[in-house]
Design a protein around this ligand. Structure first.
Ligand code: CTP
Length: 412
């Protein structure tokens, strides 16, 4: 796991070097982000030598205009590429900025852009630590769910004895390890190979035109991400979409229904679970010309022929696999989902209401980030899943799929 180590400007900054080493010993890759004040106490070179990685120091550090752009988006990149951020020593000033969302340097902007786990190890003089302002700020960080590694008591650099001393690097490193483990999703799909299709297909009409649909691929990609995070090996067969390939997933890019069918059949043997989230075109143009068709005054009809039903074919070769299909409907969702379940020999159908945004009601289905579905299972259940993010829906689909499999095995 990649950890961003934020170093604030305090006497304890030198201990951050020991912390970097302790984190690396626990298998973390450590990227250091220092404040200007931290550089007064310890040189970036120390961290660069220890971690073997570039040390990030300034929000605007560029010599050329191009560099300005790259350093100006550094905080976004650091925020995105790390799952955990530990700040040690966290000074009173940094804690105040974090608590109130101030962002005037690389570390504080990175913090604001960061959505992962945050571990804060404060260090400061006892009076500053006890000040109601600092305590109020700490309360905000605790409320936000950050992990706080409490400062110890002892003789501080200022000669005072009391709380404010940075916790020992080993203690902070253990807290980081515990926080990273707590975040790991359960690995209940370990050993599974999930063959997943997503996105639309494009069926050429001629050399430049095609028939397609509004599928964005977001639901399928969310399932791929969730399944991979839970330990599955995922083969994602994707039609053309504008989405980044999910991490840790084997991608197979296809365009047409025929290509998708071929890719699915090529990988079917490896699969223990097949999920067909793709919106496959039901028809394609028979013998589409390779050239662009020229305009004439005459009417033009397209001669459409059905594409192979991939899900039905998978259903017919099902074996021990769990097969899950989708049904995008504008009409009677549950009845249609159940009909498709039977017809295509599936274990579960995810029924998707494709709606247009109404008054005060955002759309679900194709392009939206949210979805609301009904799960119809082979064991006869109809499970409505309320509107939620596609990732949350993905998690629920996988939970129910595993449950359906257990139920089916038990009944045999
Ligand atoms: N599907 C498929 N191959 C096709 C068409 C559909 O594998 N040629 C799969 C989809 O991936 C989805 C399920 O079948 O998992 C249902 O797709 P949908 O378009 O809702 O249903 P159709 O069977 O095409 O029926 P209809 O168009 O009548 O609703």
């Amino acid at each position: 796991m990649n950890v961003a180590l934020g170093v604030g400007g305090g006497i304890a900054a030198y201990k951050a070097a020991e912390l970097a080493r302790a984190l690396m010993e626990r298998g973390f890759t450590v990227d250091v982000v220092m404040t200007r004040a931290a550089e007064e106490f310890i040189r970036p070179l120390t961290f660069a030598a220890l971690t073997g990685r570039k040390v990030h120091t300034q929000l605007f550090s560029a010599a050329s205009a191009d560099d300005t752009l790259s350093s100006a988006i550094d905080h976004m990149r650091i925020a995105q590429e790390h799952e955990l951020m530990v700040v040690a020593p966290a000074t009173a000033d940094l804690i105040a900025k974090f608590a109130n969302g101030l962002a005037d340097d690389l570390l504080t902007t990175t913090y604001l852009a960061f959505t992962g786990i945050v571990v804060v190890a404060p260090a400061m003089n006892t009076s500053m630590w006890n000040h109601p302002a600092t305590q109020a700020n700490m309360a905000k960080l605790r409320e936000r769910g950050h992990v706080i590694v409490e400062p110890g008591e002892g003789l501080l650099a200022c000669g005072v004895i009391g709380p404010g001393r940075l916790a020992e690097p080993e203690v902070i490193a253990e807290a980081v390890l515990a926080a990273s483990r707590a975040k790991q999703p359960r690995q209940d799909l370990e050993g599974e190979t999930i063959l997943l299709t997503a996105g639309p297909t494009q069926e050429p009409i001629d050399g430049v035109r095609y028939i397609s649909n509004r599928s964005s691929g977001k639901m399928g990609y969310a399932i791929a991400e969730e399944a991979a995070a839970r330990g599955a090996r995922v083969v994602l067969i994707s039609g053309p979409v504008n989405l980044a390939p999910p991490k840790g997933v084997t991608m197979v890019a296809v365009r047409t229904a025929l290509e998708m069918r071929q890719a699915v059949m090529d990988h079917l043997n490896e699969a223990t679970i097949v999920i067909k989230a793709a919106a496959v075109a039901d028809y394609h143009v028979a013998n589409a010309p390779a050239q662009k068709v020229k305009k004439t005054a005459a009417r033009l009809s397209l001669d459409l022929e059905p594409t192979p039903d991939i899900l039905a074919e998978v259903g017919s070769k099902k074996g021990d696999r769990l097969v899950i299909g989708f049904a995008a409907e504008t009409g009677d969702l549950v009845a249609e989902a159940r009909r498709k379940l039977e017809q295509k020999n599936c274990d579960m159908i995810v029924g998707n209401v494709v709606s247009q945004p109404g008054a005060g009601e955002p759309a679900t289905g194709f392009e939206s980030d949210d979805n609301a579905v009904v799960l119809v299972t082979r064991s006869g259940e109809t499970i409505p899943v309320e509107r939620a993010s596609k990732r949350a829906i993905a998690a629920r689909i996988l939970d129910e799929a595993l449950r359906v499999r257990l139920a089916l095995h038990a009944s045999h």
